[in-house]
Design a protein around this ligand. Structure first.
Ligand code: CO
Length: 226
């Protein structure tokens, strides 16, 4: 599906003034194109939601979810936040996980980080962000725990390593939610996977983090931190 840049759709004086018009024009063109190919598409989609997985990723605008996966509306249930963090005190993220696991019955949860993550940069550079300092506290703790390893890496490599270790930490947090543990306890099929996306080449990388039972979690954590 061709993706039209908003500014090409309607020539405007400024992006700000005409933003909503452009958004609506972009939406019309997208919906019309789909309906031209498949007139029943939206009618079918409106009947039910059966996504193939729950995707938890960063809010970063350069990490498109459905487009990067080559998927369509209805395929992925998505939760995004700054730094792709899964916190056991974040009602928003926990609600998304519970809804996906218990109501949509997704069998796969993907936690996807990305290289070049601004949340990781903020931590590494010790930027003061206000509320963001609280939100990113978990990544700071990860970073502080990696100081010995980071001495052996260059700046870019070190940044990438912290991004990967953040995925590992959030992967662990998902596996340890009572939502996922209860699903496993009652025999429901749920697998958790950790991936990382590279903005610079548009490719996903498998971090080798895959679990589908509670007793696999400790082993994968030990192996990944070694
Ligand atoms: Co990010």
């Amino acid at each position: 599906m061709p993706h039209n840049r908003l500014e090409d759709l309607l020539p405007g004086d400024s992006m700000q003034d005409r933003l909503i018009e452009k958004l609506i024009a972009g939406n019309r063109s997208w919906a019309n194109e789909i309906k031209a190919r498949d007139p029943e598409y939206f009618t079918r989609l409106s009947r039910e939601q059966r996504p193939m997985c729950l995707w938890i990723g960063c809010s970063d605008s350069r990490v498109p979810v459905s487009q990067a996966l080559g998927l369509a509306p209805g395929d992925v249930f998505v939760h995004r936040n700054v730094g792709n963090i899964v916190s056991h005190t974040d009602l928003n993220c926990l609600t998304a996980i519970q809804f996906a696991v218990e109501f949509l019955r997704v069998e796969d949860i993907v936690i996807c980080g990305h290289y070049g993550c601004g949340a990781v940069t903020a931590v590494i550079e010790d930027q003061r962000l206000g509320l963001g300092d609280y939100w990113l506290h978990g990544i700071r703790a990860i970073y502080d725990g990696l100081q010995e390893k980071l001495k052996t890496l260059g700046d870019d490599q070190g940044h990438e390593y912290v991004c990967e270790m953040n995925v590992l930490a959030q992967f662990y947090n998902i596996c340890r939610t009572p939502i996922v543990r209860d699903a496993w306890d009652r025999g429901q099929r749920v697998s958790v996977h950790g991936l990382i996306y590279s903005i610079s080449d548009g490719l996903l990388r498998d971090l080798g983090l895959h679990v589908s039972a509670a007793d696999q979690v400790a082993a994968i954590m030990q192996r990944s931190q070694a």
